[in-house]
Design a protein around this ligand. Structure first.
Ligand code: GDP
Ligand code: IMO
Ligand code: MG
Length: 421
């Protein structure tokens, strides 16, 4: 039995989908434990490309996907994804927690309204209703999956919630009348379509652990988007770190074997908020172009910069990361020099931690270690020792600085473009 956890160590889009798919070959269950359809995970199998937002990536390999209680679900998006996969010849096996919260129409409207209200100070959210849905969960006004299959309870809850939401929409001067009948009908219908998947997933998972099954947890977003440890308030609204898996799936920490941190060989970020190693020059553009750095969910261009080890070091510490998977190393091909940030200068002082104060983060100037680049990685490389010598040096430096072993190096989006170290 192995129970492993895959996490993003940066600002998301590290290549979690690819690595989860790779590890899914040997597991029984793949579990999402936080986030919603703000995530966009890409899996490339041969010429087929799958972009999943809420369905766990393991379903592509035919594994049982679990959407845990820590997730927020837009049922319309989930149903669309399931239908799309079925059309493409994949019949997803899925279990949905009866306790996961549901993204309602007013959450999506409010996400847009709050962003508009913030103006220049906006977060740059995906506008999928994630923040407002998690806010309602914490303030105990949430609708949960179990409510979708109980129209009486759903109606009673809507009777309390809708008048309050209407007042808020009116305050934002949004001309949108929330129609209880319409919402009740649509969401009861979603409930009917999802009923066969809804269950007590925490019990199923704990039974699976007792039976010695292999389980993989699939993180969404990245550590720097964690609501406590990220660049708050420029974060998402859930816990993206290892601890989030226990809460968001209902399993005890002692069961987890390896915590695999996914590190993109450089840094990207979508949305607003500081990113100390961001590049505004030709190299930044080069990384965006060669790495096809456009958001999987919103198609927005991703901001690009050098690898930031202050960020990844914090991620390794907070989540107790035991192994590293380095992705997109091939994107650095052909650069004369490559750089890694090892610490920051903040007001004439060298620091090697990530400040909580966003104003301080904005002032942090990266201190770089420079490396000679390499020409081109052969995409058929299967062994670490066959990588260009300078690429090996780059990776060895990361390993040494983080004191965590690199066990996977990804040199392309495909399943086979993966080196097991
Ligand atoms: P996720 O959100 O962490 O799952 O990452 P995304 O799927 O949003 O973004 C990662 C992108 O990089 C996707 O288009 C992947 O197909 C692609 N990708 C993943 N690994 C590699 C790699 O090693 N090299 C290259 N060139 N592309 C990769
Ligand atoms: P994956 O799983 C990159 C970012 C948004 C925004 C902030 C808050 O594909 O790595 P939200 O809609 O969550 O309230 O937006 O978080 N964000 C992501 N950035 N990858 C993601 O997911 C993201 N999910 C949210 O751009 O800055
Ligand atoms: Mg993504």
């Amino acid at each position: 039995m192995t129970i492993n956890l895959v996490l993003g160590t940066q600002w998301g889009d590290e290549g979690k989908g690819k690595i989860v798919d790779y590890y899914s070959a040997d597991v029984d269950y793949v579990v999402r434990f936080q986030g919603g359809n703000n995530a966009g995970h890409t899996i490339k199998v041969g010429d087929e490309v799958y972009k999943l937002h809420i369905t766990p990536s393991g379903v592509i390999q035919g594994r049982i996907g679990v959407i845990g209680n820590g997730c927020v679900i837009d049922p319309e998006v989930l149903i669309h994804e399931l239908n799309d996969l079925t059309k493409r010849g994949i019949k997803p096996q899925l279990l949905i927690s009866d306790r996961a919260n549901i993204i309602m129409p007013y959450h999506k409207i409010l996400d847009g309204a709050e962003e508009q209200f913030l103006g220049e100070k906006k977060i740059g959210t995906t506008k999928r209703g994630i923040g407002p849905c998690y806010s309602d969960k914490i303030s105990r006004n949430g609708i949960r999956t179990i409510d979708l299959i109980d129209p009486d309870t759903l109606e009673k809850k809507l009777d309390v919630i809708l008048p309050i939401k209407q007042k808020i929409l009116d305050a934002y001067e949004i001309n949108n009348k929330l129609d209880k009948k319409e919402i009740l009908k649509a969401y009861t219908d979603f409930g009917k379509q999802l009923k066969s998947y809804i269950t007590f997933t925490h019990i199923e998972l704990n039974k699976a652990i007792q039976k010695g099954k292999n389980i993989l947890f699939e993180g969404a977003q990245g550590t720097m988007l964690d609501v406590d440890y990220g660049t708050y308030p420029y974060t998402t609204s859930s816990h993206t770190i290892a601890g989030g898996a226990c809460i968001g799936a209902g399993i005890g920490p002692k069961h987890i074997d390896d915590i695999i941190g996914i590190v993109k060989a450089y840094t990207t970020r979508v949305g607003e908020g500081p990113m100390p190693t961001e590049l505004f020059d030709r190299t930044g553009k080069h990384l965006a172009e060669i790495g096809h750095e456009f958001g999987t969910t919103t198609s927005r261009p991703r901001r690009c910069g050098w690898l930031d080890l202050v960020v990844v070091r914090q991620s390794c510490m907070i989540s107790g990361i035991t192994k590293l998977a380095i992705t997109k190393l091939d994107v650095l091909d052909g650069l004369k020099d490559v750089k890694i940030c090892t610490s920051y200068m903040l007001n004439d002082k060298k620091i090697d931690y990530f400040p909580a104060d966003i104003k301080k983060v904005e002032k942090c100037k990266p201190i770089y270690q420079e490396f000679n680049g390499w020409d081109k990685i052969n995409k058929n490389t299967l062994k670490f020792s066959d990588l260009p010598k300078n690429a090996q040096k780059y990776l060895k430096f990361i390993e040494k600085k983080l004191k965590v072993p690199i066990t996977i190096v990804s040199i392309g989006p495909g399943r086979n473009e993966t080196i097991n170290v």
